[in-house]
Design a binder for this molecule. Structure first.
Ligand code: GMT
Length: 380
């Protein structure tokens, strides 16, 4: 098929899922057109089957807020018309599903029907999308898509709870490249970071408030206070970074904490990890947890959102109530000191990650594309 994929270009989250999907679909022989306002972080490989299109947005003195959604819709029309798209798959409802609806209407005037698939990821439903300033438009645009998917059962239910949506929402979970995300020998890196063979605790996020990075540091501080020799590696960057750096200074633990910033090869850090912490306040899936699990790293997460669909309590790690740092610290101590438990959980984590194998999940997207396309043809 000739598929347009629309996404945000950001590190992590929906942008990563969309880009990885684009790459796998291209490998499977589809022609892919990726549309975004900047080149997505993981779209690094040169491929004859993937073309990247940047949304050009001109500023004008009148525009305090340049109308991105309109420029995007216009570019979608170009792609549908000149690249002869069979289907447009938008990731993150806001404003992508709305622009897609507009593009579809414009194309209908030109007597061309193109199905729109919208994948809901998270804050487009749980935070921004349900904000009164956007709600009606988001609701309408999701409902007008020809096919809607959500990355977890939790997100599907949340969407029905928060919006009046009649569309059937199909759950297609996020997926993982098991070859890329697997534990590999990084003994040089481990030696450089941990000369005394300390345990390695890792957190990866965009350091937004919702990720609760300061809680990661609080839990880590307790780990140190329990007498465990350990290092904390923080991957990513964002609004809470400075606050977290200050917290480390206040606690006097800076020498045990490394801020690694934004990294492409997260799997290299995960390869030396003994434990992954993700205490998020909201998480519709938790791709970062899945990436850790795929590298055989046990996970301690909050028991919220879609995280229990990924991390299984007592098997692949532990789930603790929101903000319960005592629970997280206690379980971290357990998993870092009980070798048998650690080994068992590491193996279970990898095994669970295998259920989210990209080969299997991407096939579900292909089948859904087919179903949605056939439904649209029947409507004619
Ligand atoms: O979590 C982020 O910072 C980005 C965000 C997004 O909407 O792009 O991620 C959401 O989508 C990811 C991919 O489907 C999920 O793994 C994350 O759990 C989800 N984030 C939240 O719900 C906060």
């Amino acid at each position: 098929m000739n598929i347009g994929i629309v996404c945000y270009p950001t590190f992590g989250g929906s942008g990563v899922v969309a880009t990885e999907l684009a790459k796998v679909l291209a490998q499977k022989g589809h022609k892919i057109h990726v549309l975004s306002y900047a080149k997505p972080a993981r779209l690094e490989t040169l491929s004859t089957s993937i073309t990247y299109h940047e949304v050009a947005i001109n500023s004008y003195p009148l525009f305090e807020y340049p109308p991105y959604a309109l420029a995007l819709a216009s570019q979608m029309v170009n792609l549908i018309e000149y690249e002869n798209l069979d289907l447009l798959h938008v990731h993150y409802a806001l404003p992508h599903a709305t622009s897609a609806y507009l593009a579809k209407q414009i194309m209908a005037e030109k007597a061309k029907k193109v199905p729109i698939v919208t994948t809901l990821h998270g804050t487009d439903i749980t935070l921004v999308g349900s904000d009164p300033s956007y709600k009606h438009v988001v609701e309408f645009s999701i409902d007008k898509s020809d096919g809607v998917t959500a990355v977890s059962e939790y997100l599907k239910n949340e969407t029905y709870n928060r919006f009046d949506i009649k569309q059937r929402i199909k759950v297609i979970p996020n997926f993982i490249d098991l070859n890329r995300f697997q534990k590999s020998n990084k003994s040089h890196f481990k030696k450089a970071i941990c000369p005394d063979d300390e345990k390695v605790v890792v957190h990866v996020s965009n350091f937004r408030k919702v990720k609760r990075v300061p809680e990661v540091v609080t839990v880590f501080d307790r780990i140190l206070k329990h007498g465990i020799k350990a290092k904390l590696l923080l991957v990513g960057d964002g609004p809470d970074r400075q606050r977290t750096e200050q917290q480390c200074r206040d606690l006097g633990i800076c020498e045990h904490v490394r801020f690694l910033g934004k990294l492409e090869q997260v799997e290299e850090v995960l390869s030396i990890a003994d434990l992954f912490l993700i205490p998020s306040g909201s998480e519709t899936f938790g791709l970062a947890a899945l990436e850790a699990m795929s590298c055989s790293v046990p996970v301690i997460s909050s028991n919220i959102g879609g995280l229990p669909e990924v991390n299984i309590h007592g098997e692949t790690g532990f789930l603790c109530d929101l903000d319960d740092v005592d629970c997280m610290a206690k379980n971290a101590f357990e998993v870092l000191t009980n070798e048998t438990l650690h080994k068992e959980m590491s193996a279970n984590a990898r095994k669970r990650a295998e259920l989210f194998n990209q080969d299997y999940v991407v096939q579900q997207y292909e089948e859904f594309y087919k179903e949605v396309t056939e439904k649209l043809v029947e409507k004619v």
